[in-house]
Design a protein around this ligand. Structure first.
Ligand code: SF4
Ligand code: SF4
Length: 299
């Protein structure tokens, strides 16, 4: 199985994956809630293959400078999700062609809204940490040595018993606790002192509690505080309703936001040019990783 695992990793890299990690499904599932485990999606699952794609650094840097958030919305989110779906499909077919069952989980999970808003069927972030690709940052994103928080993930569940990676330790090299993510969140969604804890393969990880509703309200373009001064910025502030189910959310998204945002909606599903991402952009580990990569590419 060692050789097959290495061939699978190479296949994924040859098809564009920047990061490839593998965790035993049982290791991941021990950290997840019933109903949101790999085994709940695919009872035969033995391993979870996690694939990561890098978000282009310049798309984040022009956003930070207030020039434009247009590139990030597509190449940091909407189109990147599509690209992850294609990659997961190719890896799924590779597993099938070698006699295994494989279930790719789509990069976006809105269809799980009724079960738990803002959650997909299986947490790609937890899967990435369980696969040894990185650790959690305070803002709850995965920080990898290669890119800091600047990547997105997808997962393929399979009945193949693949060789897995070693889980990393969470320490000050992986999240500096500078709280830049907390201070730069326009929604005040990331708590400074409240934390979540999770144990994966006997290792404890902590990260800040995030108010997902407050984040989504800001990130989906209902507030003029999103990227003040930048183009493609919401011009209206829409008060947040007390409760928001999937149907009401659809109504808000399409009928109550700044029409300029709704009109800029792209077929790839970027909710208009409005995404936030400040907790990702302002993390110094992303900047440091970008500098390191540029330096070593030029050497
Ligand atoms: S995406 Fe924006 S609103 Fe959401 S947690 Fe990050 S900084 Fe806050
Ligand atoms: S900005 Fe990055 S390094 Fe700083 S606390 Fe947040 S996740 Fe950790």
């Amino acid at each position: 199985m060692k050789e097959f695992t290495e061939n699978l990793r190479q296949f994924a890299r040859d098809h564009g994956a920047d990061l490839v990690g593998i965790t035993p499904a049982a290791r991941l599932d021990a950290a997840l809630k019933p109903g949101f485990r790999a085994v709940d999606q695919f009872p035969e699952v033995k391993s979870v293959v996690v694939l990561g794609l890098h978000i282009p650094d310049a798309s984040l840097e022009v956003m930070e400078k207030g020039i434009s958030n247009y590139s990030y919305n597509m190449f940091g989110y909407a189109y990147l999700n599509r690209e992850l779906d294609y990659l997961a499909y190719r890896v799924t077919r590779y597993l099938e062609d070698n006699g295994y069952l494989a279930l790719p989980i789509p990069a976006r999970g809105e269809h799980y809204w009724e079960k738990q808003p803002h959650h997909g069927p299986v947490s790609f972030r937890h899967a990435a940490v369980a696969a040894g690709l990185g650790t959690f940052g305070w803002q709850g994103l995965v920080l990898t040595p290669e890119f800091g928080p600047r990547q997105r993930f997808i997962a393929v569940l399979t009945d193949a018993e693949l060789e897995s990676g070693q889980v990393m330790n969470q320490d000050l090299d992986t999240c500096k606790r500078c709280l830049a993510c907390v201070k730069n969140c326009p929604a005040g969604a990331i708590k400074e002192k409240e934390e979540w804890g999770v144990v994966i393969a006997g290792k404890k990880f902590v990260y800040g509690v995030v108010d997902c509703e407050a984040c989504a309200w800001m990130a989906e373009g209902y507030s003029s505080r999103l990227w003040e001064g930048a183009p493609f910025q919401p011009k209206v502030d829409v008060p947040r309703p007390e409760t928001l189910d999937a149907r009401l959310s659809y109504d808000y998204k399409w009928h109550r936001r700044d029409p300029a945002l709704t009109n800029s909606e792209h077929a790839e599903g970027n909710f208009g040019a409005s995404f936030c991402g400040r907790c990702l952009i302002t993390c110094p580990l992303g900047r440091a990783a970008a500098k390191r990569r540029r330096r070593s590419a030029k050497e």
